[in-house]
Ligand binder design. Sequence first.
Ligand code: PEP
Ligand code: MN
Length: 354
Amino acid sequence: MKNIEQNWINSFKKPLIISGPCSAETENQVLETAKKLDKNYIQVFRAGIWKPRTRPNCFEGIGQIGLKWLNKVKKETGFLTATEVANSTHVELALKYDIDIIWIGARSTVNPFTVQEISEALKNTTKIILVKNPINPDLDLWIGALERLMNQGIKKIGVIHRGFSTYKSRKYRNTPNWGLALKFKKLYPNIPMLCDPSHISGNRECLFEVIKQAMSFKYEGLIVETHCNPDKALSDSQQQIRPEQFVEFLKNDFFKKTNSKTEMELEHIRVLISELDQNLIYLLSERMESSEKVAIIKKINNLLVFQPKRWKSLIEEYQTLGQKLCLSEKFLENIFQEIHKESINIQNQIINKI
Ligand code: PEP
Ligand code: MN
């Protein structure tokens, strides 16, 4: 993919802040939310019109009429507008109603047929198109979506990091992968990257800590869900905050605090280290679950818990791998002694119980 210069971001104050409800629900809700957002800090108003929901029979978006409400927001407040599209009909309508920024959602980015259909419908558009990361951490799939857009002559593009699904639930609704987002940035430094802390955190309590982590990565912008009555929202009610609360945060915290370069660099590395450490904890937990399973098999078949020959050959294999990855022999030995000790304890407990 050509790393074409994405100058469009320079026409915005940086960081670019997009905010508004997960879904447009009523004209009043849309207008009330927009009017409570402050144009000094927020430049674009978002609202979902067609909602990809995990289960059927819940609110799936208000549809075309919501685009009229977005137009009204633009006229009455001066905000630019943004919405998500998931097929060529959505694209046609979004263009007809002159939506300024169009994004492709995480569940569409995973499907090359969908992205191709959307890209063709957008052919040669001068609108800004943002691509959310796919729900699985597949960098090529994300890049592939951008290539499909570029192949259709689309020049103004950007990406949104909104976190990834994990097979076991974790602290956040969609686990961020700061390392992967960084890899993307290194490959394509000229493509603006925004962060979506609302869909990462999945709840109000963690929203601001995710924003702080994101900003240490110098994202070009944020997209944050706000709703005039979040508890009554028809989608993503737990992660939406009141527009006044977001404005207050931007005014008194976000745009006020200027951290030194060293503080920013330190915070950046700390976030990455913490991501890696947490991954280690999840791996250790899975490792011990496997010890529980092996204990049951050993018990049924009357096998010994500790099998010294097997353990010796494993530790030799680990040492060879560790050496290749520049880990000291002593360090690996210590770690695996502890892991092994814990595994034996767990197995003995299970065997003595059944
Ligand atoms: C949204 O922004 O409301 C949305 C559905 O996002 P995602 O594609 O990240 O799930
Ligand atoms: Mn949402």
